[in-house]
Design a protein around this ligand. Structure first.
Ligand code: UDP
Length: 423
């Protein structure tokens, strides 16, 4: 695409700031997705503006990542962190600011790609006010999430309603796995157009360090047994299952060398993630494996490839996982994954080929799966090689962005209209 006629696109991610440090304050897969997709689209010649809510007064209003890709923070509500379930009331202000930004900058987006249900509402509202088309990625479906939690937040009904309406009205929905598409059809609506375009990972960043070198950098003995988890401290991530499985693993119990159960990820003391971290820590103590379990906190971008490479097995024991970037990051690093047999993990992890899938919350099955891989080094290596190949062929950001770019181009050939019956 020629630079002078670079078409512009708005990626909207109200609660997932693409410019924030990952692993901080609820920042996880969505932030990574929006940033990486934005950067890869810019490489393909798009002018990418990524809009998010201003959530920290110390942040800059605009962050230029690349000549054609920037994050723009819009004031909607207080310039401080607000949990995602409490953001809805600030969305009208977000839409106002987005329109104001367009006016002041002499640009009108003909296509917006919204992320998560909060942004879905913003996209739908924008369509009532100006001619534009909407592509939407859910990242998480309330209808699935609420099946797995005992207490539904007060915002639940609004979320479910917005998710259904968005599926039925957006020009295109991007499901990141066939499983997610199936959930949309069975739990939300038969209406609406869905394409499957997966999430991706950086195949250049991960997978270029061997295990011994990585262990040396982390002060881990070459013959140690290493289990690794990274991600947000959220009960839905099922970290408890991993810790319980580690304590049941026969190989870890009987091994007379070093054993490391590494539970990585940022948390804020006294907040929901800090509380979950304390709960997990308490379980490790209760099980008597606190001596081998470590909590390194947020793992910086530059260190993450080293952790994945050092691990024998990466464990992703989620109760529900719409996609699960961690699994493909580990796979890109040549590390087999033991994961729950749920959601996107059923798509990314091929059981017996790139890792093993177990029923969620089943610590016995997880322990057995971990033991099978730890018991056979050459099989572990073979699983790791297969995993790397699978990611190279299906989940690189370049490949993902190309598919999105083709989709946007196709939609932009069609005329955009305002949603009838309003304004
Ligand atoms: N990440 C993390 N914690 C850290 C450092 C990085 O969670 O301390 C990254 C992780 O590498 C992955 C993302 O955050 O890229 C988590 O994405 P995933 O889809 O696995 O989970 P989500 O946060 O979307 O539930």
């Amino acid at each position: 695409m020629a630079q002078q006629d670079a078409p512009s696109i708005a990626l909207i991610s109200v609660h997932g700031d693409p410019a924030i440090e990952i692993g901080k304050e609820e920042a996880g897969g969505q932030n990574v997705y929006v940033y990486e997709v934005g950067m890869a689209l810019a490489q393909l010649g798009w002018q990418v503006d990524m809009f998010t809510r201003y959530a920290d007064a110390r942040d800059e209003p605009v962050v230029e990542h690349d000549r054609n890709c920037r994050t723009i923070r819009l004031v909607a509500g207080p310039k401080e962190f607000v949990p995602r379930d409490e953001i809805f009331d600030y969305l009208p202000e977000f839409v106002e600011r987005l329109q104001q930004f367009q006016q002041e900058n002499g640009r009108q987006y003909r296509l917006v790609h919204t992320n998560y249900w909060l942004s879905a509402w913003v996209g739908m509202e924008l369509k009532r006010r100006q001619a534009c088309q909407q592509v939407h990625t859910y990242h998480s479906l309330g209808a699935v999430k609420y099946q797995n939690v005992s207490d539904r937040p007060p915002i639940a009904d609004t979320r479910l309603q917005v998710e259904k309406e968005c599926l039925e009205t957006a020009e295109r929905i991007v499901a990141t796995s066939p499983q997610e598409k199936e959930h949309m059809r069975s739990l939300l609506s038969e209406k609406g157009q869905i394409d499957i375009i997966p999430c991706g990972t950086d195949i250049h960043r991960f997978g270029h360090m061997n295990r011994n070198e990585a262990r040396k950098q982390l002060n881990i003995a070459p013959d140690a047994k290493v289990l690794f988890y990274v991600g947000r401290f959220d009960p839905r991530k099922g970290i408890e299952t991993m810790v319980r499985a580690a304590s049941r693993s026969q190989i870890l119990q009987e091994f007379d060398g070093d054993v490391h159960v590494i539970v990585g990820g940022g948390y804020r003391p006294g907040k929901s993630d800090g509380n979950e971290r304390d709960r997990i820590c308490g379980i490790a103590t209760e099980l008597g494996i606190d001596g081998i379990t470590s909590f390194p906190g947020r793992i910086a971008d530059e260190d993450l490839p080293t952790y994945y490479a050092a691990a024998d097995v990466c464990v992703q024991p989620s109760h529900y996982e719409p996609f699960g970037l961690v699994a493909i990051e580990a796979m890109a690093s040549g590390t087999p994954v033991v994961a729950s047999n749920v959601g996107g993990l059923q798509f990314t992890v091929v059981s017996e080929e790139t890792g093993l899938l177990c029923p969620p919350r089943d610590e016995v099955a997880f322990a057995q799966a971990i033991d099978r891989i730890l018991a056979d080094k050459s099989w572990r290596d073979r699983l790791g090689e297969n995993a790397r190949h699978r990611v190279e062929s299906m989940f690189s950001w370049e490949g993902v962005a190309k598919q999105l770019s083709d989709l946007y181009a196709q939609l932009l050939e069609m005329p955009a209209t305002t949603t009838p019956g309003t304004q």
